[in-house]
Design a protein around this ligand. Structure first.
Ligand SMILES: O=C(O)C(=O)C[C@]1(C(=O)O)C=C[C@@H](O)C=C1
Length: 691
């Protein structure tokens, strides 16, 4: 009822936005059956209600949004509604409206009072007072909170008393101030020119009132006898204050002032901070408008911006341009505002959902007890499921990253993880660890690959991340060797794009020595040969160690040295990036294995890694014989690497990666046959495939 009015039509817009079928029953709306845009059907409230009786009788919700004085009458004239329909209103005075609704309808009733005007950008962040009537109206309240409205329950009588203070008194004082300014013949431009942001904001609030519907404000102020009595008391207070001032009663004024200060005491600090922020924001907006105006004026006059007036005072033309530019800035601010309000609403909703998710993780953690909290197969399933549902516009990788972090934080609520990696800080392996476990895991650097695994074997860390292969340089032999010996099992893999920077403190032309891990030197050999010919290449234990060394040498005044490695190492050790992206292959990628105490169960798309040695690998057909079970059981092999076996001349170990999980029947059968035909067999583990 009344959905054609200013505030009612905003609710129509929001309900329609949710996909609801909304009928506007209003004399300003066309007759039933006619599309919007047709001439208004007109009529008294009773005629309108009678005309639309069928629509009203079928509605789930009848929302009355009509002027205050006619609200009880409109409600009384409603036809019978469905017994389970909710009858609600949007009036500023709740007592009479609720009384009328309870009398008119035996079903659920809710009194609502939106504490905002029709010009709000959107519902998010605004307040609606709910004065309960009767019955179950939770779906309606949930809808309101779903739009981001804050619903405050207050009984009707109390609401009306409070609104006297919040609305009637406030609006009357503002109105009196405006009326007085006009009567005093105040020149607004002069007042504004002398106004700092605080006075400007106050004047704006006065001007804002008079830009709205005077009848509405009259109705709000005169809504009840109690309001008028309140205003009379206010009038008396004002009279007393003036009498005191006239009488020179300074002490009386000070005492009254201090008493009010005490009344506000618990809020005064918060109010000071909040108003300071508000004024700072107002000042910034104003300054932006002025800057733009000056630029526009300068451009128009063909002189530099400073020419508009050295003291910053605008000329007449600049003043015009200022108005134009200010209008443009205001226009942009106005266009941004609803989106920002919507983003604020969404963020609050996200925060609520994220917190609810974390609470679920905490409950899961309590159930798991001392069992492993980290479940790679579940994480892989969650991420795959989300990527499948990704509606855009974020790319799949962005969705993965966002939820990766969310799961990392949820896991930390269950139990924080420590991850051991080849240090020092700033290595690619550290990046891989963060990429896999997210920012909530604690990376612990170790000095060698053996040390990395030892930390986990000795349960000093939960998981280890070790490099296994690089797209340019092939396998990391040392890791493959260690995989034959460690009791740890693979629980995951990471693929990391490797971008090397040339880092140092001097000039590229002055570099005589380059330090890096041997893999990095190999991955950048074309660059080094072409751009740094004759420069000494010095392998060290890690790229981060190279960066640390170069920083140390630079501190001693040696600047003809440089390091290769990740940008994070330059940041950690305070080096400059002398040349970015110096790896020979722009697609250069390293794969890492994540090792823990137990491989996860199948995730639906897994890889299995193992190391085997067939007997007498130097014999013809030994390799073929070893791989035959894979073909027989239809298992695909995605990787095969050979490594010389220590102590066995011409004996080789093979590192294999297979499609599928060791618990998949086909894979299990193939593995069994492989084990039976090998002199050495070690299942490194099965883990979710990446991507
Ligand atoms: O499902 C679980 O077992 C959880 O602990 C929840 C959750 C998650 O945030 O989704 C967190 C950590 C696990 O590694 C997997 C998933």
């Amino acid at each position: 009822m009344g959905g054609a009015g200013a505030l009612g039509s905003r609710f129509v817009e929001w309900f329609r936005g949710d996909g609801d079928l909304v009928h506007v029953v209003d004399p300003a709306a066309p007759a039933p059956g006619l599309a919007e845009g047709h001439a208004p059907a007109g009529g008294s409230p009773a005629e309108v209600a009678a005309r639309d009786a069928e629509v009203l009788a079928a509605a789930d919700l009848v929302l009355v949004a009509v002027p205050i004085p006619v609200t009880p009458e409109v409600i009384a004239g409603l036809p019978p509604l469905r017994p389970d329909a909710v009858l609600a209103d949007l009036t500023s005075v709740k007592g009479p409206a609720l009384e009328a609704m309870l009398a008119a309808h035996a079903g659920p009733v809710a009194g609502l009072h939106p504490m905002f005007g029709p010009d709000v950008a959107g519902p998010a962040g605004e307040v609606v007072v709910h004065s309960p009537g009767r019955g179950d109206v939770h779906w309606l309240l949930e809808r309101l909170t779903g739009w981001g409205l804050r619903v405050e329950p207050v009984a009707a009588a109390e609401h009306d008393r409070l609104m006297g203070l919040i609305q009637a008194l406030r609006h009357t004082v503002t109105a009196a101030y405006g009326v007085n300014l006009r009567r005093e013949g105040a020149d607004l431009d002069t007042l504004l020119a002398l106004s700092s942001p605080i006075y400007r904001t106050e004047l704006m609030m006065v001007g804002r009132l008079f830009a709205q519907d005077p009848g509405l404000y009259h109705d709000i102020i005169t809504a009840s006898e109690a309001n008028l009595e309140l205003l009379e008391r206010f009038h008396q207070t004002l009279g007393e204050l003036i009498t005191g001032l006239r009488a020179g009663d300074r002490e009386g004024f000070v005492a009254e002032f201090e008493a009010v200060g005490e009344h506000f005491a618990t809020h005064s600090e918060g109010f000071l901070t909040e108003s300071r922020e508000l004024l700072a924001a107002a000042k910034e907006l104003r300054a932006a408008a002025r800057d733009e105006a000056q630029e526009a004026a300068a451009a128009g006059a063909g002189v530099p911006a400073a020419g508009a007036g050295a003291d910053g005072a605008a000329t007449g033309e600049a003043g015009d341009a200022e108005d134009g530019a200010a209008a443009r800035v205001d226009d942009m601010a106005a266009r941004l505002a609803p989106h920002r309000v919507e983003i604020d609403r969404i963020d609050r909703e996200l925060l609520r959902l994220i917190s609810a998710r974390a609470a679920q993780a905490r409950a899961i953690g309590a159930i798991k007890g001392t069992a492993a909290a980290y479940r790679p197969e579940r994480e892989a399933q969650v991420l795959r499921g989300l990527v499948e549902r990704n509606p855009g516009p974020l790319p799949d990788n962005a969705v993965r990253r966002v939820f990766r972090e969310l799961m990392s934080e949820c896991l930390a609520v269950e139990r924080p993880l420590t991850v051991s990696y080849l240090g020092p800080r700033g290595t690619f392996t550290e990046q891989a660890a963060v990429q896999h476990f997210g920012g909530a895991a604690r990376p612990v650097p170790a000095a060698s690959l053996e040390g990395v695994l030892r930390e986990v074997e000795a349960r000093q860390a939960d998981y280890a991340v070790v490099p296994v292969e690089n797209s340019t340089e092939g396998s990391v032999g040392r890791t493959l060797d260690l995989l034959t010996r460690t009791p740890l099992e693979a629980v995951g893999e990471v693929r990391l794009r490797i971008e090397h920077q040339l880092m140092g403190r001097g000039e590229v032309s002055g570099v005589r020595r380059v330090y890096a891990h041997s893999q990095a030197l190999a991955q950048c050999q074309d660059f080094l040969t072409r751009h740094l010919p004759g420069v000494e290449r010095l392998p060290v234990s890690s790229n981060a160690e190279a960066a640390r060394l170069v920083a140390e040498l630079a501190a001693q005044g040696v600047t003809d040295v440089a390091a290769l490695g990740p940008e994070s190492a330059a940041a950690v050790y305070g080096l400059n990036v002398l040349r970015p992206g110096v790896q020979d292959d722009p697609e250069n990628t390293t794969r890492f294995l994540v090792l823990g105490h137990e491989s996860p169960p199948p995730s639906g798309s897994d890889t299995t890694s193992l190391v085997v040695a067939p007997p007498q690998t130097d014999r013809d057909g030994a390799l073929l014989g070893m791989l035959k079970p894979l073909a027989e059981h239809g298992v695909s092999m995605t990787r095969l690497e050979s490594r010389p076996m220590r102590g066995g001349l011409w004996q080789y170990l093979f590192y294999l990666e297979l499609d599928g999980h060791a618990q998949d029947p086909q894979v299990a059968a193939a593995l069994e046959a492989l084990r039976a035909g090998s002199v050495f067999y070690r299942l490194v583990g099965s883990y979710p495939r990446v991507g």
